[in-house]
Design a protein around this ligand. Structure first.
Ligand code: GUN
Ligand code: FE
Length: 421
């Protein structure tokens, strides 16, 4: 049996708003499975080698539940446009380039490396509509040590000249792609109708049946932007609300992720809660392309499942540290917009959403739960300016959520394997 023992200041979020902090403690794993967090090393580990990280913070690694892999090269561009114009002008032309497998290989190798170096070990990723590039993305993630779900995007009614698939092509390519996914261990397929404006009813019905037959999870977008919602209303007059355009085809289950949900009203949120759909909050993107400020506090109070996504490249950072900080900041904007009637999210709550809440979509437990595979990172904040008085571990942790420092992540473990540092 291989034993991993990490010594340092261990911080985890076992519940919303709660931090477990063990100073100079031990995080132990056996064959990649967490045995526990201990103040003193149990006798049975007495002869095992200890990796002593000194004063460093040992943290849960991140789960990014929404980002677009082919948009990574255009991150930070076109941010003055609203969603539908930004898609036409920037996102769709960028994704069209992924018809070229060599280009896809270069971009996706870099993306996979950058995810791991940034401490993101679990993902739910949109690829493009291209089957070969999607398989290349899965290969590169697998090689780098990223785990999670990847979707070949289905879109048979938008995209422009370079980014088109017919309904038949979309169905056929999806089946061929699923057939080719068997080779991957840590990266699995997720059905990915881009959003209702991009998918005909026929394609939606096909994907819903496929999700049921093969027991597959689903990811898409919901109520991100007001013009988008209006477009859905025109395209689907039979549906009272946006969410029903997914629900009527079997794409609305407790294994469904819906990104954004900025403008989801009480009825749409109730439909999410009652079914167990996860809302993926994308604070950076919602701000950058001016979609709105999602009511995350209200969603949590109502009992919805909420996790975080960077939404690269509507969002302009791949770093989940930024996603957590942006989530906290957006919740303060929401409080102000709500005339101080809703509470903001604390750093501890934001951290929970970026780690434990996302990991739950993959079946993980709370914080560093014994029995879970080890997903962790070591953070060295030693280069930050030192205040005159010594900081508590909690203060140091909070500062690291807000303040970036290059190369602070010293090591990363994903699914029990050391993948960085
Ligand atoms: N809705 C449909 N496609 C996209 C996309 O690529 N990015 C964002 N932010 N929203 C979308
Ligand atoms: Fe998105």
């Amino acid at each position: 049996m291989s034993v991993t023992i990490l010594k340092g200041n261990i911080v985890s979020a076992p519940a919303l708003g709660k931090l477990d902090i063990t100073e100079h403690g031990y995080l132990a794993a056996e064959d990649g499975v967490i045995a526990g967090v201990f103040d003193c090393l149990p006798e049975r580990f007495a002869s095992a080698p200890v990796e002593d990280w000194g004063e460093c913070l040992i943290l849960q690694s991140f789960a990014d539940l929404h980002l677009h892999a082919p948009q990574y090269p255009m991150m930070g561009m076109g941010m003055d446009l609203p969603l539908l114009e930004w898609l036409d002008t920037y996102a769709f032309p960028a994704e069209a380039q992924f018809a070229d497998p060599d280009y896809a290989r270069d971009v996706y190798r870099r993306l996979a490396h950058d995810l791991i170096a940034g401490g993101t070990t679990r993902v739910c990723l949109f690829s493009s509509l291209h089957r070969p590039a999607t398989l290349i993305l899965m290969e590169e993630l697998e090689k780098a040590g990223v785990t999670g779900f990847v979707g070949k995007v289905n879109m048979d009614r938008s995209g422009g000249a370079g980014l088109r698939e017919t309904t038949e092509e979309s169905m056929r390519e999806t089946l061929l792609w699923l057939d080719a996914c068997g080779d991957f261990t840590h990266v699995r397929p997720i059905l990915t109708p881009r959003f209702t404006p991009a998918c005909t009813d026929e394609l939606m019905a096909f994907l819903g049946a496929l999700a049921r037959e093969r027991n597959l999870p689903v990811q898409s977008h919901l109520s991100e932007n007001r013009q988008e919602i209006e477009l859905v209303r025109r395209l689907c007059p039979a549906c009272g609300q946006y969410w029903e355009t997914y629900a009527r085809y079997g794409l609305w289950t407790d294994r469904t992720l819906m990104a954004h949900c900025v403008h989801s009203d009480a009825r749409e949120r109730r439909a999410m809660r009652d079914t167990g759909v996860t809302a993926v909050h994308c604070a950076s993107s919602n701000n950058a392309i001016c979609s709105g400020v999602a009511p995350v506090r209200v969603m949590l109070d109502e009992g919805l499942k909420v996790a975080l996504g960077t939404d690269v490249a509507g969002g302009c950072s791949l770093r989940m540290f930024d996603a957590v900080a942006d989530t906290v900041k957006a919740s303060k904007d929401r409080r102000i917009l709500d005339s101080w009637q809703t509470n903001f999210l604390t750093v501890a709550e934001g951290w929970y959403l970026g780690t434990t809440a996302g990991a739950k979509f993959f079946g993980a437990g709370n914080g560093f739960a014994p029995g879970d595979r080890l997903h962790a990172l070591v953070l060295d904040d030693g280069e930050l300016a030192a205040p005159a008085r010594p900081l508590t571990v909690r203060e140091r942790f909070e500062r690291c959520v807000y303040v970036r420092q290059p190369d602070a992540i010293r090591a990363v473990w994903s699914d029990g394997r050391r993948v960085f540092g």
